[in-house]
Design a protein around this ligand. Structure first.
Ligand code: BG6
Length: 517
C-alpha cells in the first residue's frame, strides 16, 4: 500500500480533537487525510479521534459522515472489512457548546477513558476548523476545563484566516498565547504542505546547477502565478470581506515567494528555516504611499464572461456578494526583496478567480546571455527558464536553447520536463496529510510562525489601506480571461511578459518529457 515516496515514521500516540467536525474542511480534507495516514501506518495503533461540534450526533451517525467523506475525497479506497471497522471505531463524537466550560470538563472525562482504552500517554492535538473569532474562547476553555492537564504534549492546530490585518492578528495571537506556547501552536498554510513547495528547498539546495545562479546577477525576474477557474461559489460572504489579497496573497503567495528567495538555513531545523523565511518577509519593500501601491499593484474583479463554452456570472452577481462590491478577485503585483541577493529583481505575483486554468506555477527567468556574434544577427535567443509546477500538475522543467538539427545555425527552445505527478505509481500525500502528520510529530517547519505572519500583514496592510481610499482603482476582467489588461502592462513596462502557465501551449518549443508527449 505504501509507495516509493512514503517514509515509515509513525506519529506519537495521541487523541486528535477536530473542532468543527460537521464542517466542510473536516469533510473534504481532514477525515480523508486521517484515513490516508492510517492506511500508511503513520498513526500507529495508539490513537483516537474525537469530533466536536454543537449539533447533536451519535457516534454511529458521525462514523457514517466520516465514511461518506472518505469515499468521496480520499485518495485511498476504503479497505475490505476489518480495515474500515478498526479505523471507524476510533471515531467518537462529542456535542459541545464551545462557550461553556462545563462541556470541556465532560470532554476531559471521556478523553481519559479513550486514553486508557488505547494506551495513549496524554498527547492531545486540538485542530480548530473554526472561525478564528473562536480560537481565543476555545483555548481558554481547553485550559479552564482541564484539557491541558494530561501528562503528554498539547498542540493547537489552527486554520487561516489568522486575522484581518496586523492589529486583529496580533490580538488573536495574544489570546492564544495566554494559553499555548508558540512551539505548541501550528498555524496551517496548506500551500506549505504541497509536495512541490517543499521540493523548492531540494531543487535549490541540492543541485549544483542552480544555487550559484540564484541571485540578481543571473535572474531577471521571478513569476508566481496561482490561477483558479472557480469563482467564489458558496463562499461569497467570507470572500467579500477577504478578497484575493487576504485570501491568497498574505499567506500562500508570500510563503511561496519566501521559499524561492530565502537564504540556505544554518541547520535543517524548523527554527533555522523559519528564521530565514522571516528575513525575506522583512526585506520585502514596503508600500510607503498610495501612489506606490497604484504603481506596483493591480487589483481586478471579474465581470460576466465565458469559460470553455460555459456562461459565467460576474462577481457582483454571485450569492451573498453586494451588487456594489469593490472586493478584488484578482491581484497582481511587482514586489522586491531588498537584500544583497535580490536587489533590483522583480518578483511578479498574480492570483485570481475565474481565470482560464487552474494552475500554480513558479517561473524563474534567467538573464540573457551577453549578446554574441554567433546569434545576434540570426535570431533573438529566448531566456532560460526554470519552472516549478506546484498544482495540479507537480513537477519541474527547464528551458534551454539548442541547435535545430540541420545545416543552418538555427536555435530552438527545448523544454526538459520531469512531471512528477505523471509518473505511474507515485501517489503523493495531500497537503493536509503531511501537515497533520508533522503536527503530530511536533515538526513545525511547514507551519507559519507568528513573526512570519506579522511581517506578512505588515506588507499587506498598506495595500488594503490604499485601496480603501481609492476604490476607483479597481479594474475589471471578463470571467475566463487572464485578469485585467493592467496586469500585462505591469510586466511590459519592465520589458517582460507573463510566461504562459502550462508552457506546453507554446508551439515553438520542443518538449522532452517523461509524460510521453
Ligand atoms: C484557500 C483559499 O486557502 O486556497 C481558496 O481560501 C482557494 O479561496 C484555495 O480556492 C486554493 O487552494 P488549492 O490547493 O486548491 O490551490
Amino acid at each position: 500500500m505504501t509507495d516509493q515516496l512514503i517514509d515509515n515514521v509513525t506519529a506519537d500516540g495521541a487523541v486528535y480533537f477536530i473542532f468543527g467536525a460537521t464542517g466542510d474542511l473536516a469533510r473534504r480534507k481532514l477525515f480523508p487525510a486521517l484515513y490516508s495516514l492510517y492506511r500508511e501506518g503513520k498513526l500507529g495503533d495508539k490513537f483516537a479521534i474525537v469530533g466536536l461540534a454543537r449539533r447533536p450526533r451519535t457516534d454511529a451517525q458521525f462514523r457514517e459522515d466520516v465514511l461518506e467523506s472518505i469515499k468521496e475525497f480520499c485518495r485511498y479506497k476504503i479497505g475490505e472489512g476489518q480495515d474500515w471497522q478498526d479505523f471507524a471505531e476510533r471515531f467518537t463524537y462529542h456535542s459541545l457548546d464551545i462557550g461553556n466550560v462545563d462541556g470541556f470538563r465532560e470532554l476531559k472525562a471521556s478523553t481519559e477513558a479513550l486514553e486508557a482504552r488505547y494506551s495513549i500517554a496524554g498527547n492531545r492535538l486540538f485542530y480548530l476548523a473554526l472561525a478564528p473569532e473562536l480560537f481565543g474562547t476555545v483555548s481558554r476553555n481547553l485550559r479552564d476545563g482541564g484539557m491541558l492537564e494530561s501528562a503528554g504534549w498539547h498542540r493547537l492546530v489552527i486554520e487561516k484566516p489568522f486575522g484581518y490585518d496586523y492589529p486583529s492578528a496580533s490580538k488573536l495571537n495574544e489570546e492564544i498565547r495566554h494559553v499555548f506556547r508558540e512551539d505548541e501552536v501550528f498555524r496551517i498554510d496548506h500551500y506549505l504542505g504541497k509536495e512541490m513547495v517543499q521540493n523548492i528547498e531540494v531543487i535549490r539546495f541540492a543541485n549544483a546547477f542552480f544555487e550559484p545562479l540564484w541571485n540578481k546577477h543571473h535572474i531577471a525576474n521571478v513569476q508566481i502565478t496561482l490561477s483558479e477557474t472557480v469563482g467564489v461559489e458558496e463562499r461569497g460572504a467570507y470572500y467579500n470581506k477577504s478578497g484575493a489579497l487576504r485570501d491568497m496573497v498574505q499567506n500562500h503567495m508570500l510563503q511561496m515567494l519566501t521559499m524561492i528567495a530565502m537564504e540556505p538555513p544554518s541547520h535543517l531545523d524548523p527554527e533555522a528555516i523559519r528564521d530565514e523565511k522571516v528575513k525575506v518577509l522583512r526585506s520585502l519593500r514596503n508600500f510607503k504611499s498610495g501612489d506606490e501601491v497604484r504603481e506596483r499593484v493591480i487589483r481586478g474583479q471579474y465581470t460576466s464572461g465565458e469559460l470553455r463554452g460555459q456562461a459565467l456570472k460576474g462577481y457582483r452577481e454571485e450569492d451573498s456578494v453586494p451588487a456594489d462590491s469593490t472586493t478584488e478577485t484578482f491581484f497582481a503585483a511587482r514586489l522586491f526583496v531588498d537584500n544583497f541577493r535580490w536587489s533590483g529583481v522583480p518578483f511578479y505575483v498574480r492570483t485570481g478567480k475565474r481565470l482560464p486554468v487552474k494552475s500554480t506555477e513558479i517561473v524563474v527567468e534567467f538573464k540573457n546571455v551577453p549578446g554574441n556574434l554567433l546569434f545576434a544577427s540570426r535570431q533573438q535567443l529566448q531566456p532560460n527558464l526554470l519552472v516549478i509546477r506546484v498544482n495540479p500538475m507537480e513537477g519541474i522543467y527547464i528551458r534551454i536553447n539548442a541547435k535545430k538539427p540541420g545545416n543552418e545555425m538555427t536555435v530552438q527552445p527545448v523544454a526538459m520536463e520531469f512531471c512528477q505527478s505523471c509518473q505511474v505509481g507515485i501517489n503523493t500525500p495531500e497537503a493536509y496529510e503531511r501537515l497533520i502528520f508533522d503536527a503530530a510529530r511536533g515538526d513545525s517547519t511547514y507551519f507559519t510562525r507568528w513573526d512570519e505572519l506579522a511581517a506578512a500583514w505588515q506588507l499587506v496592510d498598506p495595500i488594503a489601506a490604499a485601496w480603501q481610499e481609492h476604490a476607483a482603482d479597481l479594474a475589471h476582467y471578463s470571467a475566463g480571461a487572464w485578469g485585467p489588461q493592467q496586469a500585462h502592462k505591469l510586466l511590459h513596462q519592465d520589458g517582460f511578459h507573463w510566461w504562459p502557465v502550462n508552457g506546453q501551449d507554446e508551439d515553438n518549443v520542443i518538449w522532452v518529457s517523461n509524460t510521453g508527449k
